[in-house]
Design a protein around this ligand. Structure first.
Ligand SMILES: [Zn+2]
Length: 47
């Protein structure tokens, strides 16, 4: 199992680091959310 990160606002997995230097800042492509808080989940689906 590996961990995935999700947007706390819309639940999308389509998020990325805004700045590599600021490890705590995330941005969501789907709803535009920006912030330090993301949902971490264990993914049990197989790829
Ligand atoms: Zn979002």
């Amino acid at each position: 199992m590996r961990k995935i990160k999700k947007c706390p606002k819309c639940g999308s997995r389509n998020i990325k680091w805004v700045l590599p230097q600021m490890w705590s800042m995330w941005e969501c492509y789907d709803c535009g959310y920006q912030g330090a808080l993301v949902i971490e989940e264990c993914e049990d689906e197989e790829e």
